[in-house]
Design a protein around this ligand. Structure first.
Ligand code: HH2
Length: 261
C-alpha cells in the first residue's frame, strides 16, 4: 500500500503532492513500483494534527483520484478518511477501499457506506483523536488491549452490514502508543494475526524509528524496511509505506526466503 498524502502538513511528505498533477504522477510511480493499493489522504493524522473539514479533504483528494483513474492506474484506490462525506466523493471518483484510522468511531455512517457499496476497509486501533491520542498511551498489556479493541470494531463493522471478508485490521502503530508499545505490537504481531483477518501495518518513517536511529523522517528507510520485514515474518499482509520500491524488493526477498520460491 503506497501512501499518497495530498496534504500541506503530513509529517514526512507534507506539501509535496498537494498539486493534483504531482499527486497523480507519484501515485502512478508507486503503482509501477509494485503498490497494489494507493492510499489517498487529505488529512494528516500525525500526533497533534488539527482536523480538516470534509469539503477541504474532498477538494484535495478527488482531483488526484480522478487523475489516477483517467490515467488507467492498475492499483486499487483507498481513501484515508474518517468521514463519510469524503469517502462518498472518493468512491464516486473511483475509490473502492476505505482506510479509517478511527475504525468507524468518528463517523458511524461511514460503515453504512462501506456496507452499501461492498467496499474493502481497514480498521485501525487508536485512542482519542490525533490531537489527544499521545496522552492516552497507557496500557497494562498493549497487545491484549489492541486485540480486544479490534475484535470489538470487527463485530461493530459486521453488525453494520459489512462482509467479514472485506475487513482488514491494523494495530495503529504510532497512534496513542509509546516507543515500547510500538515495538511490543510488532514483536507480538502474530497475536493479532490470530484474529483471522488480514493485518495491515504502517510503520513507514514514523517517529519511533527516529527515536531508535536518530534519523529525520526522510532518512528512516532502513528502519521502515526492518520493521516491515519483521511484520511480514509475523504474518502481516499489507504494508503501508512511502517508499514502495525498496520495501517491495525487501519483501520479495523475505517472501522467497520464508516460503521458498
Ligand atoms: N498511519 C498514518 C496514516 N494512516 N492508516 C493505517 N491503516 N495505518 C497507519 O499506520 C496509518 C494510516 C500516518 O502516516 P502518514 O500518512 O505518513 O502521515 P500523516 O498522518 O501525517 O499524513
Amino acid at each position: 500500500m503506497g501512501v499518497l498524502n495530498v496534504t500541506p502538513d503530513s509529517f514526512s511528505d507534507g506539501g509535496r503532492f498537494l498539486d493534483a498533477e504531482a499527486a497523480v504522477a507519484h501515485g502512478l510511480a508507486m503503482a509501477a513500483d509494485g503498490a497494489d493499493i494507493l492510499d489517498v489522504g487529505g488529512e494528516s493524522t500525525r500526533p497533534g494534527a488539527e482536523p480538516v473539514a470534509p469539503q477541504e479533504q474532498i477538494r484535495r483528494v478527488v482531483p488526484a483520484i480522478e487523475g489516477l483513474v483517467a490515467r488507467g492506474v492498475r492499483a486499487q484506490i483507498s481513501i484515508d478518511t474518517t468521514r463519510r462525506a469524503v469517502a462518498e466523493a472518493a468512491v464516486a471518483a473511483g475509490a473502492t477501499f476505505v482506510n479509517d484510522v478511527s475504525a468507524f468511531r468518528a463517523d458511524p455512517a461511514l460503515a453504512e457506506l462501506v456496507a452499501e457499496h461492498g467496499l474493502d476497509c481497514c480498521l485501525s486501533h487508536m485512542r482519542g483523536d490525533p490531537r489527544t491520542m499521545q496522552a492516552q498511551a497507557v496500557y497494562d498489556d498493549v497487545v491484549a488491549e489492541v486485540k480486544a479493541f479490534l475484535e470489538e470494531r470487527l463485530r461493530a463493522a459486521t453488525a453494520a452490514g459489512i462482509a467479514e471478508q472485506r475487513i482488514l485490521l491494523d494495530p495503529g502503530i504510532g497512534f496513542a502508543k509509546t516507543l515500547e508499545h510500538n515495538l511490543e505490537l510488532l514483536r507480538r504481531l502474530d497475536e493479532l494475526v490470530a484474529l483471522g483477518r488480514p493485518v495491515v501495518v504502517g510503520t513507514s518513517r514514523k517517529s519511533f524509528l527516529g527515536r531508535l536511529t536518530g534519523r529525520q523522517a526522510d532518512d528512516r528507510l532502513a528502519g521502515t524496511i526492518a520493521t516491515n520485514v519483521l511484520a511480514f515474518e509475523r504474518g502481516a499482509v499489507v504494508f503501508r509505506v512511502h517508499d514502495v520500491r525498496p520495501v517491495a524488493d525487501a519483501l520479495a526477498v523475505t517472501a522467497a526466503t520464508v516460503r521458498g520460491r
